[in-house]
Design a protein around this ligand. Structure first.
Ligand code: NAD
Length: 486
């Protein structure tokens, strides 16, 4: 796809003019745009399916589950909560400030830039747009050029279904992204890798633009041996799904690697093999149930991971690659070297290393000694271990006995910490991420303390000191001689 490098100042000016007109602040406008997203997803479902198949080889059921259904749910959730989110919130004001009323009033930030990634091209573009328009902003979206069909479906449908004077799409790759970053936005939400995250943050710093960085990293799954065979069976299903079941493992919160006990590892490998066969058959490539690798560059990157010394001979399942179809079989590796790239960089593909430890509790130190993950998973019913993992590790989120599902829970914020990003969105957190909570204080004229005004004297100093020590009522009582200073 050729890059569209144009003069985006005109687009930005139109968005700013629309924002300044006050149109996007109207609740009716916000509602109409959220309904527009729902209609887009409903009426253009088959175009979205085709685009996701073309760019990523996603089965339409997977496409519906991860992108259409999840986004429609979020838009409906925003519609159902919009009045509550938009309302001001009273805050307590100290008696010393009597008479006054205080409240927090959410206001939109202005024109926001959303730069999204390719692995969930619709979800990672529309989910932040939902938050931005619910909060009353104008939006410029730049989808990823790496999923070109999805990018052009987004551009075409957003133009058709949403208000083009307030929501625009600019297509293109890094040079378009860089050009956009030279312009002044009021907020940037970026989803992608940390290298570009640094470019985004540096560009934003020049304009003091706030940023939310949704990055990635290596998400570990601590897998404990469970006493109940039923629990064990469900856990294995969820682990396979959390690694291979969405976009062939090209997922920021997908399981990157497993930590387990040495003595349990052989059983775990057998369980995993059995369930991979059950999910994807003996010929996963022909099964149509697993997505492809997005492009040749990522295919070669994954191939190179396997070709490093002592990595290939750690493969205990799978390992076959088909370059023509950009397909990599679900692959399990047992104890690959810890200094190999597969264990130092985010895998972002269907390769699953299992690292064995003497005791399951050792996984805590293993995780702590590495960068903070976007997500940590613990498959265990051991409450003591759950508590230790929760308290002694740091990550964007921690989920016990499942994977990825936390992404779709509107009441929970989604975002990273440390190297996995900062800022958070989804549900009301999206609304807050794209809003400023303005502090509004309304004072009355009934009572006024003269000691806050010059000319200064030591008596005023004493009263100021008392004013900071006592609340208003005590001050009045002292003044009336009904109470002595403590
Ligand atoms: P990427 O950083 O290469 O690209 C992301 C976006 O940035 C694309 O739209 C791209 O065109 C744009 N871009 C690239 N270079 C740019 C530049 N110089 N200036 C401005 N924009 C530029 O990332 P990617 O390969 O698309 O995504 C993979 C990474 O993203 C992984 O690390 C993954 O974990 C992470 N990710 C995170 C989330 C999340 O929600 N936290 C979701 C998906 C992916």
């Amino acid at each position: 796809m050729g890059e569209v490098v144009g003069d985006f100042e005109g687009d930005l000016k139109e968005l700013r003019d629309t924002f300044n007109s006050g149109k996007t602040r109207e609740a009716s406008w916000r509602r109409s745009q959220l309904h527009g997203i729902i209609s887009l997803l409903k009426e253009r479902e088959s175009d979205i399916f085709k685009a996701l198949k073309q760019d990523l080889g996603k089965h339409h059921v997977e496409a519906y589950r991860d992108e259409i259904g999840t986004v429609a749910k979020s838009a409906n959730y925003a519609l159902g909560n919009l009045n509550k989110w938009m309302g001001s919130k009273r805050v307590k004001v100290p008696l010393a400030a009597f008479p006054s009323r205080g409240k927090l009033v959410p206001e939109p930030l202005g024109v926001v830039l959303i730069i999204s990634s390719w692995n969930f091209p619709f979800g990672l573009s529309l989910e932040p747009i939902i938050g931005a328009i619910a909060a009353g902003n104008a939006v410029l979206l730049k989808p990823s050029e790496i999923a070109p069909t999805c990018s052009s479906v987004l551009a075409e449908t957003i133009y058709y279904y949403l208000d083009n004077s307030a929501i625009k799409v600019v297509e293109g790759g890094s040079s378009v992204g860089e050009k956009l970053l030279r312009l002044k936005f009021d907020k940037i939400l970026y989803t992608g890798g940390p290298r570009v995250g640094q470019i985004v943050m540096a560009a934003a710093a020049k304009n003091l633009t706030p940023v939310t960085l949704e990055l990635g990293g290596k998400c570990p799954a601590v897998v404990d041996c469970m006493s109940s065979s039923w629990d064990q069976k469900i856990a294995i299903k969820r682990i396979i799904w959390g690694k291979f079941g969405a976009c062939a493992g090209q997922v920021c919160i997908g399981i990157d690697y497993i930590l387990t006990q040495k003595k349990f590892a052989p059983t775990l490998v057998e369980f995993l093999k059995k369930h991979i066969k059950k999910s994807f058959g003996d010929n996963p490539m022909g099964s149509n149930n697993i997505a492809k690798i997005v492009n040749k560059k990522h295919f070669s990157r994954l191939k190179d991971l396997l070709n490093e010394p002592n990595v290939k001979n750690s493969i205990v399942y799978g390992g076959s690659l088909n370059e023509e179809n950009l397909f990599i079989e679900p692959t399990i590796l047992l104890d690959p070297p810890l200094d190999a790239t597969i264990m130092t960089e985010e895998i972002f593909g269907p390769l699953l290393p299992i690292i064995t430890l003497e005791a399951i509790e050792d996984s805590i130190q293993f995780i702590r000694s590495r960068p903070k993950p976007l997500a940590i998973y613990g498959f265990t019913n051991n409450e003591k271990l759950q508590k230790r993992m929760m308290c002694e590790t740091s990550s964007g989120s921690i989920t016990f006995n499942d994977a990825i599902i936390q992404y779709a829970i509107d009441t929970m914020p989604f975002g990273g910490v440390g190297g996995s990003g900062f800022g958070r969105y989804h549900g009301k957190y999206s609304f807050e991420d794209f809003s400023h909570q303005k502090a509004v204080l309304v004072r009355g004229y009934l009572i006024d303390f003269g000691f806050r005004y010059p000319p200064w004297n030591d008596k005023k100093l004493q009263l100021l000191k008392s004013g900071l020590r006592y609340n208003y009522l005590t001050l009045v009582l002292i003044k009336l001689g009904l109470k002595s200073k403590a």
